[in-house]
Design a protein around this ligand. Sequence first.
Ligand SMILES: Cc1ncc(C[n+]2csc(CCOP(=O)(O)OP(=O)(O)O)c2C)c(N)n1
Length: 616
Amino acid sequence: MLENINSTQDLKKLSLEEKKELAEDIRKYILEIVSENGGHLASNLGVVELTIALHSSLNLPEDKIVWDVGHQTYVHKILTGRKEKMKTLRQLGGIAGFPKTNESEYDCFNTGHSGTSISAALGIARARDLKNQTNDVVAVIGDGALTGGMALEALNDVGCSKTKMTVILNDNEMSISKNIGGVNLFLSKLRTRKTYTQSNISLKKIVGKIPKIGKPTVRMVQKLKRSIKQLIIPKMFFEDIGFTYLGPVDGHDIEELENMIKISKKLDVPVLIHVLTKKGKGYKIAEENPDKYHATGPFEIETGKSKKEKKKDYSKAFGEKLVSLAKENDKIVAITASMKDGTGLTEFAKQFPNRFFDVGIAEQHALCMAAGMAIEGIIPVVPIYSSFYQRAYDQVIHDIAIQKLPVIMCADRAGIVGQDGETHQGTLDLAFFRLIPNINIMAPKDYKELEQMLEFAVNLKKPVVIRYPRGTQGQIEFEKHENIELGKAEILQQGQEVTIIAIGKMVEKAIKLAKRIESEGKTVEVINARFLKPLDKETIKKSIEKTRNVITIEDGTIINGLATAIKELIIDEKIEGVEIKSYAYPDKFIEHGNVDELEKLYLGDLEKVCHEEVSC
Ligand SMILES: Cc1ncc(C[n+]2csc(CCOP(=O)(O)OP(=O)(O)O)c2C)c(N)n1
């Protein structure tokens, strides 16, 4: 069936039975692609029927669908002319894992971070009204994303705005792990109301007749439905804030989904369709472990086994050390914004359930709450992916830094993360944290240094950021691990003619580059900066005054990171006659691709560059 589908027009010609067949073909195709390239599996398998129903019922690209997070758009991409190109999913120059307006006219808004879809859709709908157009606008949002403040802020606005638009709540009871919080409790009540489902059956019967009836009748149906519902669910949050609620509907029943979407198109008010789906649907291994297959590397389809050996990584090193510190110090707590496993907190949560807090996809709340705990003498440790820290910038400034509260902010997935692309690259954190007064910023060269830094941070009693990359430590085994001192760099090797200053995972590259330069007959001083703030000005100044030839290396943007800090130092200290070369990412959003490829593309092959460009 999939072979014959090249556009949404082809899809619209299919019978219901054919659409069901198509759904199975799409599942197989997604499995093939993700098992080869890696990617978001379970969420995509869960929305196959929903996406087919949306594309059958709407008229894209005039109508608009905004996909929340956007990790579940593989089906959408397959149905909108990108079927063949999907084989290049997440590869450099290939199809992105998230919606991209520059990839297709069917992608109407870029997403990647959770909770933006309802706001964006409301904006698009309001713009439509201002332009006197009549197209439909739909936001598709998961129950996980609905735990985030921005999604709730948008619901609040849409509900009372009376703007015609539809929110599809894709409720699979999962965020990446099991969904949590009050919103989840509320949804679980809706899910399990048998009587309410019963009322839907009568609704379905009425809906079947809709093509023949006019608007007044639809309004009557609505009224009737509302009165039934008020009897069954007296406190119905969505209706109370201004939505017409339809559902819950079986998210794997194409016919029922199409009916609901048809009704919503006829209503001139905000509608919320509550769709129940199963994450991983159709692939038993993912159905049973939806969290593990939320996002995955390449794997064998038959067994679900990863094709790559799973090694210890920075998140795990962080999690293990935190557990050992927490055993000694009962003031330590861990806070996650729905990323327990990804940030290495699984074991902590098991061992210290009372000191572990999953707040939902709510980074802003996580950090302000951490500030509240810190002011009362608790030691909150908050690992959040670097790019998601962007969400909580004001909380870092307003709630933590101004009050100098000792919150330990761990920016995981700092630097280039690879295939998730521009919304997920962690290249901005050094720059944006450095701007904030009172914040101390560290980055470790390996696991051991991360452990040292975490222990140091626990005792520091000041706001602190530790940033570390995705994946494993480098190949070099560093013997030297001096004690951490606030604002002190570590000289890894001494030299007379060139100074290389690097931070975090790039220290390994500094050592390699030094070897290359040395092979050409010059001696090189290698400084592991350790702290971007406070910078070890004394050590660095001394070295630069000696060599007058500096190379900086960092895995962040060229703006306001290590390179900038060193240039400022040279100017402020009036060190003259210095040659400086900086390796950093350019002032642009870095696309998707694998980490090695992107490093080569943007930083050059450092060893090769050394050979060609540095006067070795
Ligand atoms: C601001 C932000 N924080 C964290 C994430 C990581 N993340 C990606 S998907 C996801 C879970 C989303 O759950 P839900 O909205 O229910 O969608 P589902 O995958 O279950 O369909 C999380 C936490 C993110 N994308 N954005």
